[in-house]
Design a protein around this ligand. Structure first.
Ligand SMILES: *[C@@H]1O[C@H](CO)[C@@H](O)[C@H](O)[C@H]1NC(C)=O
Ligand SMILES: *[C@@H]1O[C@H](CO)[C@@H](O)[C@H](O)[C@H]1NC(C)=O
Ligand SMILES: *[C@@H]1O[C@H](CO)[C@@H](O)[C@H](O)[C@H]1NC(C)=O
Length: 727
């Protein structure tokens, strides 16, 4: 039925035309020139393969002499190669599509292309441009068009073999002459235009050149598929060309075209070319040089190294290059290397005494890998990166990409370690999909113009395309921007993956360096990391999983601090060392705040009162409000201090009331291990807690009912952290 009606339709229109509408796809041959298999070329071939185009590649392995392919003019070499290739083709039936490939992607298949070619009703159809180049004096010679672009673009044309042969037969130019000018001269010659039967695709039905047309092109999302659309002419171009300064935009479009991309599982490069590690023995794993860069004082450096140790990868296939430019962090670096350095195949440490600037230390690290022929990958990892995903390195290697970063973000911000787009002057610009990618609404592996902080680089690139030792220097750019600039300018693609949750980045602002355990002070600046480090792993279960214990009436007992938190607080206090708070101790006793004196150091003596208040508010107040319903606390405290009990100093505390609405008493070390005895007895109930647990808090009302005493510590040293809340 459909066949009959279409035949009838043809008969009514024009029989010949319908014959042509049936141009079989086998007649089409795509011809392109690629002297070098760049990432852009590989992408072109992927999109061609996806749509089942047959492609003939000219010039493979030939030296490119057609000028800098990043800038026009040039390109005569392409015409020479085309001419030679056409001479060998005898099948006059062929339709030739000659098209650039470094910066071109197909958005649809041969069928649509041929149909639109046929509808153009000419033997040769060129892509069109809104801007004229290289010779604007030829403007008046271009025929006027009723609607659309007036000028010819040589980046793509399609036509019958015979006509194209005729068109290039006069070529005698040099390789670095302009192909654009050559074809423009033919087109603007009325006689040749007529005899060869050439037109241009003014409304971008077949070809979209992006130069000068960025505002006209949008992405159209439909049924989980994407297509570029020219909104000025309401067309859906079959091939999109990022010519001139629009290379980045075509890279961006490449994330969506060809339309293998879907909203749910979007993955533009994952379908093929993956490198699997699964079948390898550990000894066969690629050798990775892990570059760790410490450029500024940073919190949680010890945690960083704990994570590095847990990275899932055979350590004898890892070499470490650590550049530490901060004397402040030398203890952590040395502790890590002393304890674990020998696990790695090799370790190179550049210390602060070398006084290397950031660019210099990165250049040095990359160069070590470049010169080490065993080095397969360089994994660059800045100290402020919190790599939560232990499989990150394996996942990145399996992507099999030149440069690929795991997406990391800053908690609660839109900051991430990639840029979706660049501004005209090479700085950050937000791409349309940036927020969706950062927030995980679009998931995939994305070609982007900038990555930083953590990324994997294929080491062979350092020996081929990126041999410059000064990779992190360019103009006056910051090292990270210089690196990306240099990579981009070689036509190498950088990707960011948000296919997994990889981790986050720390804030290095407001990092204090004047304490023993500076990380304790990070509760404001890096609250998530502070919690992971210092809050007990079962804290979050106390309410939901009934972990709360009630050892005595209205005395609640629950885990709150991690072991590390307890150790750090004790060490911090011992390091400070001024037990019993100096001169104001008598005032405190006389003022009635402390009914009985203890050997202690107050939080304000170590400048920890703001942080302690925040801790009480975040982690204690919610428990209080749950246990004493109807009571709301602002977690104000007058007194918060660490008490030390020692048999020969102060072993116990006589019965007393606390000057508080309620009291928090957190055990900071372990009975049996660090001390003997200790505990707390509530006299009114004749109830004792005699085996205090490290990191657990006792919470009880202060006045009236909970008259209590500190039981004697009989050996060792016991520490507790006490807070009188809402005094
Ligand atoms: C390409 O060809 C294969 C096999 O001939 C076919 O299964 C597939 O659907 C084609 N793809 C497109 C996009 O036409
Ligand atoms: C160009 O070729 C088409 C057929 O493809 C034909 O209909 C048209 O008349 C030709 N134009 C010229 C100027 O020869
Ligand atoms: C947390 O709770 C689990 C289950 O009760 C227990 O096995 C684990 O030891 C607890 N963690 C700590 C640090 O006490």
């Amino acid at each position: 039925m459909r066949l009959w009606s279409s035949l009838l339709f043809c008969a009514l229109l024009h029989l010949v035309q319908c014959d042509e509408q049936r141009i079989r796809e086998e007649r089409l041959l795509v011809v392109t020139v690629a002297t070098k298999e760049t990432d852009g070329f590989a992408r072109f071939m992927r999109s061609a393969k996806h749509f089942n185009y047959t492609v003939k590649v000219l010039g493979r392995g030939e030296k490119w002499t057609g000028g800098d392919y990043m800038s026009a003019p040039g390109g005569g070499q392409k015409v020479r190669l085309l001419k030679a290739a056409l001479d060998d083709m005898k099948d006059e039936d062929k339709i030739i599509l000659f098209i650039d490939s470094f910066d071109v992607i197909f958005a649809s298949g041969p069928k649509e292309l041929l149909k639109k070619f046929q509808q153009a009703r000419h033997k040769v159809v060129f892509s069109s441009e809104s801007l004229i180049w290289p010779d604007r004096h030829l403007q008046d010679k271009h025929p006027h068009v009723r609607e659309g672009n007036r000028f010819l673009g040589s980046g793509a044309f399609i036509g019958h073999l015979a006509n194209i042969k005729e068109m290039v037969s006069d070529w005698t130019g040099e390789d670095d002459d302009s192909d654009q000018l050559f074809f423009t001269n033919i087109f603007t010659d009325p006689a040749k235009r007529k005899s060869i039967n050439i037109t241009i695709d003014s409304k971008c039905r077949l070809f979209q050149n992006l130069h000068g047309a960025l505002d006209e092109v949008v992405l159209k999302f439909e049924d989980g598929r994407v297509r570029a659309r020219n909104v000025l002419y309401d067309t859906l171009p079959v091939a999109v060309h990022g010519n001139g300064p629009t290379k980045l935009q075509v890279n961006y479009l490449g994330n969506y075209i060809p339309n293998t991309w879907t909203f749910e599982t979007g993955c533009t490069v994952c379908e093929e070319g993956l490198r699997s590690l699964a079948a390898l023995k550990e000894s066969e794993y690629p050798l990775v040089m892990v570059g760790v860069f410490i450029q500024q004082p940073t919190p949680f450096v010890a945690v960083f190294f704990e994570r590095l140790l847990k990275l899932q990868y055979p350590k004898n296939r890892l070499k470490l290059f650590i550049s530490n430019q901060e004397a402040h962090h030398e203890p952590q670096v040395h502790a890590f290397l002393q304890d674990h350095g020998s696990l790695y195949q090799d370790v190179k440490l550049i210390g602060p005494e070398e006084q290397l600037k950031e660019a210099a230390s990165r250049n040095l690290g990359f160069d070590m890998c470049r010169k080490d022929e065993d080095c397969d990958y360089f994994f660059s990892l800045d100290i402020e990166v919190v790599l939560k995903n232990e499989n990150t390195l394996k996942i990145l290697i399996e992507q099999n990409l030149p440069v690929v970063a795991p997406m990391i973000t800053r908690v609660g911000r839109l900051w991430s370690n990639f840029w979706g787009a660049l501004s005209a002057d090479g700085y950050y610009a937000r791409s349309e999909d940036y927020v969706d990618i950062v927030q995980g609404r679009r998931v995939g592996v994305w070609n982007v113009p900038y990555v930083s902080s953590v990324y994997l680089l294929r080491a062979s690139l350092l020996r081929s395309d990126l041999p410059d030792v000064e990779l992190f220097n360019a103009h006056n750019l910051d090292p990270d921007m210089a690196f990306c600039h240099n990579v981009r300018s070689k036509g190498i693609f950088m990707y960011v993956a948000n296919t997994h949750s990889f981790g986050r980045i720390l804030s290095t602002e407001n990092y204090q360096m004047n304490h023993l355990h500076n990380d304790l002070w990070q509760i404001f600046e890096n609250p998530v990391d502070w919690e992971e480090r210092y809050i007990h792993e079962n804290y979050s279960h106390i309410l939901k999983d009934k972990l709360m214990e009630t050892p005595c009436p209205d005395v609640y007992w629950f885990p709150v601090f991690s072991d590390v938190a307890c150790n750090h607080i004790v060490e911090e206090m011992e390091n400070f060392g001024e037990w019993s708070g100096g001169g104001n101790r008598d005032e405190r006793i006389q003022g009635g705040y402390e009914n009985v004196p203890t050997i202690d150091i107050h939080m304000n003596q170590v400048n920890y009162e703001k942080e302690w208040q925040k801790f009480l508010l975040e982690y204690i107040a919610p428990v209080t409000e749950k246990m004493f319903p109807g009571y709301y606390t602002r977690a104000q405290f007058d007194l918060a201090f660490v008490v030390r009990y020692k048999p020969d100093e102060q072993p116990a505390l006589r019965p007393h009331h606390d000057a508080s609405t309620f009291t928090i008493n957190i055990a900071l070390n372990q009975v049996g291990l660090d001390f003997q005895g200790g505990g707390c007895r509530f006299l009114r109930y004749d109830c004792s807690i005699t085996s205090p647990r490290k990191g657990w808090a006792l919470m009880h009302p202060g006045r009236l009912t909970h008259y209590h005493e500190g039981l004697p510590t009989t050996a060792g040293v016991r520490y507790i952290a006490v807070s009188f809340v809402d005094p």
